[in-house]
Design a protein around this ligand. Structure first.
Ligand SMILES: [Ca+2]
Ligand SMILES: [Ca+2]
Ligand SMILES: [Ca+2]
Ligand SMILES: [Ca+2]
Length: 481
């Protein structure tokens, strides 16, 4: 009986906390009903091939099945997608890039997405096209419409198959556009999901397939590898590459200790407050202002840390409100200071984890790490913090800072950073003296890398899986035609 109670207790932990180790895919009750607005991951890093720039990538639409035609996945024409940057540590955005999409159908007398091979973006055979505008707002994102950086950028089309998109890499490359005044580059379109994780294992009571015998001395790693649950699936990516000079407050910092070296990055999606559906030809109209429905910075907090009670609140909140919530709401504060996932590790695996209060997690989640990613006079807030003066690492380590690679997570986040393993180990206490020990510092889901290599140039994320040959999860398809 006691064992059943313990298991039920453990199951509760899992249900309320770890399902979401899939970064931010369907992580909260309301957003899972709205995939086109669901921000799955945010990345921010100094560009390895253009180190005077920062690349920011925001992914949307979890678990896109690549062959999902004829109405292929697209960005929502009625959503506002935004990337925010706080460059002075006060938890308020100083720069916002806004993206608004519109779909153009050449001929609505056919149901076809394309009426023949599509070799170029302006091909007359491409019946359904999506275009977008980019605006740059300084200061409060709602205070002004900002400056238009262009209104005719085209979204890369779907990777359909050998007859429709026979030269997909060139087609997708044509969807990389320059921003005006040497302001950088922009891309929007489908890509392989850069995130990698054994979702199935983690939601099955935090099963870490490679680590079956944590109590053995030394702990034994079995030969069972993890299963990348996102293998073969696509997402929709918005990527920008912009000069560091255009992001920081003041001149470009030359040393990581410079007072303006750390920027905070997060992405949001907003929708109209009112949507009216009417019969007849099923008109859908939106009325009035927008409200935020998705928020994502660090891949950790709304996943590993927050309970169901806070997940929808988080998606509608802004970083400027985090500190008040943290200081006045005991339940919220305890999510960080005494996290469920750490208790779960103790309950399920008997792991020796640090006792609460976990001030090490406050640094990782809310303030940045002193001497690395914490701005001076920081207002605690959840965002992805990047020190833009830390050099690009020549040979990156997937474990980032905890493995001594200061160019990776939680100093920003690169595509190949294994944030699941890093998160498991950080929650298990590897940043706390006395807890950086086996097996705490061995935790892994057994998926160490994306299933296909990332690109060496912008937009870095791998090409999307092709519909015709796709076998999601079994990896029998190809990302190129
Ligand atoms: Ca999400
Ligand atoms: Ca600010
Ligand atoms: Ca992938
Ligand atoms: Ca991993």
């Amino acid at each position: 009986m006691k064992r059943i109670q313990a298991l039920a207790f453990a199951a509760l932990f899992v249900l309320t906390s770890t399902a979401a180790l899939a970064s931010s895919h369907r992580e909260a009750p309301l957003i899972k009903e709205d995939p086109t607005a669901d921000n799955t991951d945010v990345y921010a890093f100094r560009s390895p091939d253009a180190p005077d720039t920062v690349t920011i990538i925001a992914n949307f639409i979890p678990l896109e099945e690549p062959s999902n035609g004829p109405n292929f996945y697209s960005f929502s024409d009625s959503a506002l997608y935004e990337i925010h940057i706080d460059n002075n540590g006060d938890a308020r955005e100083d720069i916002t890039y806004q993206f608004r999409f519109r779909t153009d159908v050449r001929d609505n007398s056919t149901f076809l997405y394309n009426t023949g091979p599509v070799l170029t973006l302006d091909s007359a055979n491409l019946n359904v096209r999506q275009f977008y505008t980019v605006n740059r707002v300084t200061g409060d994102r709602r205070s002004s419409p900002g400056t238009s950086l262009g209104s005719t950028f085209q979204v890369a089309p779907a990777n359909i198959g050998p007859k429709s998109t026979p030269s997909y890499p060139a087609l997708a490359n044509a969807a990389v556009f320059n921003l005006p005044n040497n302001g950088g580059k922009v891309f929007a379109g489908p890509r392989d999901d850069s995130f990698f994780v054994d979702i199935a294992g983690i939601v099955d009571l935090l099963t870490l397939r490679p680590i079956q015998q944590l109590h053995a001395v030394p702990p034994m790693a079995s030969s069972a590898p993890g299963v990348d649950g996102l293998r073969g699936y696509n997402v929709h990516t918005i990527a920008i590459q912009v000069p560091i000079a255009s992001l920081v407050n003041g001149s470009v910092p030359t040393a990581p200790t410079a007072s303006n070296a750390v920027i905070g990055v997060w992405s949001t999606t907003s929708r109209s407050r009112v949507t009216v559906l009417s019969g007849g030809n099923l008109l859908r109209q939106t009325i009035g202002g927008t409200t935020q429905v998705s928020r994502l910075g660090s891949p950790l907090i709304n996943e590993v840390v927050l309970s169901l009670a806070f997940k929808d609140i988080f998606n509608s909140s802004e970083p400027r409100g985090d500190n008040a919530l943290f200081t006045t709401n005991e339940a919220f504060r305890n999510r960080v200071l005494d996290p469920e996932t750490a208790k779960l590790m103790k309950a399920l695996y008997g792991l020796d984890v640090p006792p609460a209060p976990r001030n090490d997690l406050v640094q990782v989640f809310l303030t940045g790490v002193p001497g690395a990613t914490m701005p001076p006079n920081v207002t605690p807030a959840e965002m992805l913090r990047l020190n833009v003066a830390v050099p690009v690492t020549a040979s990156p380590n997937r474990l980032g800072v905890i493995a001594g690679d200061l160019g990776g997570f939680p100093n920003g986040r690169r595509l190949a950073d294994d944030v699941v393993d890093i998160s498991l180990r950080v929650v298990a206490g590897v940043l706390v003296q006395g807890y950086n020990k086996q097996p705490n510092n061995m935790l892994t889901d057994g998926v160490d890398a994306n299933e296909v290599p990332f690109l060496s140039t912008f937009p870095y994320a791998a090409l999307p899986w092709q519909g015709f040959e796709s076998r999601p999860h079994n990896n029998a398809g190809t990302t190129t035609p």
